[in-house]
Design a protein around this ligand. Structure first.
Ligand code: ADP
Length: 336
């Protein structure tokens, strides 16, 4: 009697197990189908995003050309008018022409910066590594900006360590970053001085500082100024102009080289921007950095728009250095 009951109980349990198994298989089958469907959707979305990203880059490149041409025409004719080629000018006309010139220049800068940003984000900003002597690069920058510092009555100090190593980096990008920092220092400093210092750090890195005695940056603004289109004090936009893109582009360009940028500042007293780059960027690490910049850019876009852009990875070139080292000019110069 007991055996019979046990047997019935076993059969009941076995039936229950079979039914559970069947239901589980059904569920797995449904889940697998759903997953496959989602995967198909994701692949389609990635393809669409890649197409959209490519179209966006092409559109921006074309638009930038289309926009630059008429602006250059405006600048050209304004310059002819100011040179009195078409006759004499009243003081008011002269002032109006200066405003047209300044606005056109501003537009041109904005277009170049937007193009730079879109190139970096589309992974189309080529990185070209070369042997670079910082002394040479800084001397060139000094020649370009020196007269502007003179006009403003600001001292421009260049203090370079005697131990500067030959860099292996992308000189165009480094120049763009340093010009941006120095132009900012010039723009936001009414009196005093601006200094550019460089010295080697441990761990194969080089530190470059741009210090000024300008208006400074409030603590709460010190991180946001590195974001796209952000300026420290919105009320100062009209006074100083600018696009709010220079520092975010600088940070992205440095990231491509494996470098960083940071700021220390006190409102009303001045600012120190500190750039650190590897003495030797290797093509492999540059590609890795580029990938990181793309991922970071994609993350930001997702955070802002709620969808993910595609990351193209072509366009990076890092040839081997072939150029010999450049001569060293004097290590320290001061302009007033
Ligand atoms: P832009 O100068 O075109 O506005 P940037 O991205 O170069 O754009 O700078 C962002 C903001 O950071 C500026 O608008 C300004 O508020 C602040 N800033 C940058 N450099 C300095 C500086 N040297 N001194 C004070 N403020 C600065």
């Amino acid at each position: 009697m007991r055996d019979l009951t046990q047997e019935q109980e076993n059969e009941r349990l076995a039936a229950e197990l079979r039914s559970l198994n069947e239901r589980l298989e059904e569920r797995i089958e449904i889940a697998t189908k759903e997953l496959a469907e989602r995967n198909r959707l994701l692949v389609w979305q990635i393809q669409e995003l890649e197409k959209a990203s490519l179209l966006k880059s092409e559109f921006l490149a074309r638009m930038s050309h289309e926009l630059r041409t008429p602006i250059n025409a405006m600048l050209g004719y304004t310059s002819l008018l100011r040179e009195r080629i078409y006759g004499d000018l009243t003081i008011e006309q002269e002032k109006a022409l200066e405003k047209i010139r300044a606005a056109s220049k501003h537009l041109l800068t904005l277009i170049s910066e937007i193009l730079d940003l879109s190139k970096i984000e589309a992974g189309k900003m080529p990185v070209r590594l070369e042997r670079v002597r910082l002394e040479q690069l800084v001397a060139e920058i000094g020649q370009t900006l020196g007269p502007l510092f003179d006009d403003r009555g600001l001292a421009f100090r260049i203090e370079l360590s005697d131990e500067l190593p030959t860099l292996r980096t992308d000189p165009t990008k480094l120049r763009q970053v340093l010009l941006n920092l120095l132009e900012n220092a010039l723009k936001y400093t009414r009196e005093g001085w601006v200094a550019l210092r460089a010295y080697p750090q441990e761990g194969g890195r080089l530190r470059i500082e741009v210090e000024d005695t300008g208006i400074g940056i409030a603590e709460e603004d010190q991180e946001l100024i590195f974001e796209d289109f952000r300026q420290a004090d919105q009320s100062s936009d009209h006074e100083y102009g600018g696009t709010g893109l220079g520092l975010s582009i600088s940070r992205k360009l440095l990231a491509l080289l494996g470098g960083t940028i940071a700021v220390r500042s006190e409102a009303g007293k001045g600012s120190v921007f500190t750039v650190e780059i590897p003495v030797r960027s290797e093509p492999g690490t540059v590609d890795e950095q580029a990938r990181r910049v793309l991922i970071e850019g994609a993350r930001q876009e997702v955070a802002e728009d709620g969808h993910s852009p595609a990351a193209a990875e072509d366009g990076f070139r890092s040839p081997d250095p072939t150029e010999p080292g450049l001569p060293r000019p004097s290590a320290e110069t001061e302009r007033t």
